[in-house]
Design a protein around this ligand. Structure first.
Ligand SMILES: Cc1cc2nc3c(=O)[nH]c(=O)nc-3n(C[C@H](O)[C@H](O)[C@H](O)COP(=O)(O)O)c2cc1C
Length: 186
């Protein structure tokens, strides 16, 4: 069974996009599709980026732990809110922190907003940064509009059948990329 890390990106007081991270953790576990860990950037509370991990002389244990979690995951699911058409500084902070750990890593992106467009503008800038760092972004989207209407605080969807159906399509693409990578010999 693959291991998937879900990056919950928002560190905002009273954040709502974490609901989507909780939903996916539950979805993947209940359907026995993967073992899952949420990497919560609010809990890590990293300082603003100063240098890449590989150039840090005395990296903090939390940074090493974070890097190891990315490296050892078969795939990553990023849940990101849209802030002014882009992704939050907390997420850029950890993308830039690592390098080789991202290489060819299957990464699926779920975008979140409280408006009607589901964070549709954030996907372009995040895809581009991940492409630059040589991650393997999965060509599937899971936009979440009106996040507070769609999920409760524990990540339970208001319309479970419809949400699970969309999630199945999205997650299948991530799992396909994970399996394809596994089958490569080099
Ligand atoms: C600084 C800031 C900028 C925002 N910019 C956008 C935006 O450009 N487009 C959008 O749809 N929503 C925008 N929103 C609303 C967010 O999508 C909404 O607050 C969402 O819940 C953010 O996720 P979070 O609650 O996990 O932080 C913005 C919110 C903040 C705090």
């Amino acid at each position: 069974m693959p291991h998937i890390s879900i990056i919950s990106s928002s560190v905002r007081a009273g954040r709502n996009s974490n609901r989507v991270a909780l939903y996916f953790k539950n979805y993947l576990e209940v359907n026995k599709l993967a073992t899952v860990e949420i990497i919560d950037l609010l809990i890590y509370n990293f300082p603003v980026f100063a240098e890449r991990l590989k150039f840090q002389k005395t990296p903090p244990p939390a940074v090493l732990e974070f890097a190891e979690k990315i490296k050892s995951s078969d795939g990553i699911l990023i849940v990101t809110p849209e802030y002014n058409g882009g992704y939050p500084a907390s997420l850029k902070n950890v993308v830039d922190l690592l390098y080789d750990e991202w290489h060819r890593k299957p990464v699926a992106i779920s975008t979140v907003s409280d408006g009607v467009f589901g964070g549709s503008q954030v996907i372009t800038s995040l895809q581009f940064s991940l492409w630059k760092i040589r991650a393997w972004t999965v060509p599937a989207t899971f936009p979440v509009p009106k996040v507070r209407d769609m999920f409760d605080e524990d990540g339970n969807p208001a319309d479970k059948p419809a949400t699970d159906k969309r999630a199945a399509n999205f997650i299948n693409e991530l799992l396909w990329c994970i399996e394809a990578k596994k089958r490569m010999t080099n």
